[in-house]
Design a protein around this ligand. Structure first.
Ligand code: NDP
Length: 446
């Protein structure tokens, strides 16, 4: 049940943003947590902080025309939603995937506000992307698309304004083309305008690994809080992209055994533990499909068209996409001996799934907290760009680990403070919200 004041705010969000179901879901999850905060802080309601947070500061939608390798003109749609800049310049990734529409960009941008706040670093929240599908496109096509996308986006971004990064479908290759075009149009080598850059042109150590590593560090803290560790644990990961690959790498370093991972065609089961070098070769070098993994590793099997969540595991790291764990999946996972969930992806668990995890007493780390390592390391990249410095891998990883530990501890202590011990969802939402709300109050009605 929503707090009375929040219920009418939520009704307004539904009315003003018709059809944007993922955005509704993300707003609802935050509103469900922050009722008790309003009791302690009536000034937030008086200044209509929540109504203001639910309305993006600026939304940009634009045409992206480009030419494919056959000489045909293609048209895509580009988005940038600049959601909240109370804490710093808008910061959040770009997603290139055919499912992208305004509702997805707004859900991601909304989540990003609280995630960025949780990191304790000076970054606001935003998100963008396009319905362009890089899958199956040549490097030249991807480059032409990125150049056209940036030819509009460049006028809206800047190191003090809005700083994009990668997300689904946007990795090192795309960031390079985007930064190249920005530099060319503006005639400025403004490294801090985008993060996730290659190491040879202003990127930071550990940024590529940060979301996956950070998620595993977060789960490690949750396990420690319960007196256990990754050592010897059976782990299931969804996805096999940027987040999934580096989550698998860190789990293996911490002594866990990852037995399965997936892509949108199915999952691979490898009881001896995923061979990371082979996975990287197929996914990062060849840009291939996961069935190839089973073809090259005798004892592994590829299971097409089914959910990876049918594979028993003590730790689950959903790292593919939103709403990939349903209530039924969650019930199966709990029955199969699940202990902890760390969300590498954004909003991968449906509200029904979250309820199942929480009622079963699973250590459940929501994406807002568990995958904040990516954006935190982006903020460190901005810091290094601003001071024309570059840190070592070891130092950067240590900073990431400290940040994840701090986020974990603040989620727990905030949940305690509000009488919901062990509830990382409430802890993350309340802690993230309070910092943004206080900054908005301080900045006046803008
Ligand atoms: P990638 O594009 O690198 O990889 C995405 C992976 O998920 C691919 O293996 C893809 O398979 C799979 N996938 C996508 N959609 C589906 C689906 N409907 N069913 C099954 N598998 C699917 O993206 P990232 O790893 O960067 O991002 C993954 C998630 O992590 C997203 O939710 C993103 O928002 C979140 N995230 C990413 C951050 C980052 O730093 N990159 C930071 C914080 C969160 P296929 O190739 O077949 O499509």
């Amino acid at each position: 049940m929503l707090h009375e004041k929040l219920s009418s705010i939520y009704d307004n969000v539904l009315r003003r943003n018709p059809g944007e179901i993922e955005f509704h879901q993300a707003v609802r999850e935050v509103l469900d947590s922050i009722g008790p905060v309003l009791g302690k802080h009536p000034e937030y309601a008086e200044s209509k902080i929540i109504e203001r947070i639910c309305e993006p500061e600026r939304q940009i939608i634009f045409r992206v025309p480009w030419m494919d390798d056959q000489g045909q003109v293609q048209i895509n749609r580009g988005f940038r939603v600049e959601f909240n800049s109370a804490l710093g310049p808008y910061k959040g990734g770009l997603r290139f995937h055919p499912s992208v529409y305004l509702g997805i960009v707004k859900f991601l941008g909304f989540e990003q506000i609280f995630k960025n706040s949780l990191t304790g670093l000076p970054i606001g929240g935003g998100k963008g992307g396009s319905d362009f599908d890089p899958k199956g496109r040549s490097d030249r096509e991807v480059m032409r698309f990125c150049q056209s996308f940036m030819t509009e986006l460049y006028r809206h971004i800047g190191e003090y304004t809005d700083v994009p990064a990668g997300d689904t479908g946007v990795g090192g290759r795309e960031i390079g083309y985007l930064f190249g075009q920005y530099k060319r149009i503006t005639n400025r080598y403004e490294s801090g305008v985008i993060t996730g850059k290659g190491l040879v042109y202003g990127g930071a150590q550990v940024r590529t690994e940060a979301t996956g590593y950070g998620c595993v560090f977060f789960v490690d803290e949750m396990l420690k809080a319960r007196g256990t560790s990754f050592d010897g644990k059976r782990v299931v990961v969804s996805g096999s992209g940027n987040v999934a690959v580096y989550a698998i790498e860190k789990v293996e370093q911490l002594g866990g055994l990852v037995v399965a991972c997936s892509d949108s065609s199915g999952y691979v089961l490898d009881e001896k533990g995923i061979d990371l070098a082979l996975l990287k070769q197929i996914k990062q070098v060849e840009r291939g499909r996961l069935d190839t993994y089973a073809q090259r590793r005798d004892h592994a099997t590829f299971v097409p068209g089914r959910s990876v969540w049918e594979v028993p595991g003590e730790v689950a790291l959903p790292s593919a996409t939103q709403n990939e764990i349903t209530g039924d999946d969650a019930a199966t996972m709990v029955a199969n001996g699940l202990v902890a969930v760390g969300e590498g992806a954004n909003m991968p668990t449906t509200p029904e799934g979250i309820k199942v995890f929480q009622e079963a007493g699973i250590a459940y780390g929501p994406g807002k907290a568990a995958n904040a390592g990516g954006v935190a390391t982006s903020a460190l990249e901005m810091q290094q760009n601003a001071s024309r410095d570059s840190w070592t891998f070891e130092f950067s990883e240590q900073r990431l680990q400290e940040i994840m530990r701090d986020i974990h501890d603040r989620c727990l202590s905030t949940a305690d403070e509000y009488g919901m011990p062990g509830n990382y969802v409430a802890g993350a939402n309340i802690d993230g919200f309070r910092r943004v709300a206080d900054a908005m109050l301080a900045l006046g009605l803008i």
